[in-house]
Design a protein. Sequence first.
Length: 202
Amino acid sequence: MSQTGIQPNSNLCAVQRELLWSSERCQDIVDRVCAERPTPARVTTSAPMPGFPGGYSHHGTNPRERRCVEYEVTSQLQTELFPGMLERLAQLNASLYHFSLEGFHRSDLPRILEYSSNDEGHFAAHMDVGGAMSTRKLSFVVMLSKPDEYRGGELEMLPGNVVQVDQGMMIVFPSFLLHQVHPVTQGTRRVLVGWIHGSPFS
């Protein structure tokens, strides 16, 4: 292997936090989406998948690892929200991460997650990339709930970096960072989550 002139990226593991939407916009999204019937959020388990070496082939619920429900974003809201989000995420990528990105994947679109204290909603430590999701490059979380609407539910970038976030704020981070959502102990925590895809890390 020969020497190269490649410069290291000191922002490779940066966790970016910024205000994206107003409180009114967040409430409008919740009102329009969360009136629909949710589905239990799934987890993936690693197993061989024909034609996809190293892929994830089993998707199912596992309350010990993940306990929340999810809502699909309506096509109308996709039209309203996604272009501006993609533009801002592209700007952040250009200034911080310098990943090769393509955009949202049609089979892995952003969605709303709802964590309730009724069942101690949580998501155990995990990464967002791997196997059949190997093209995920950037993850983002937008807080839709007000701070006084829930207790617990902290987003922790492991080890030990708890990200403080207010309603309307977006957190962006590389999909390979290990993170978890602590149990919600009171109220309901709602977030919009998504992933920007690109060529797999090599």
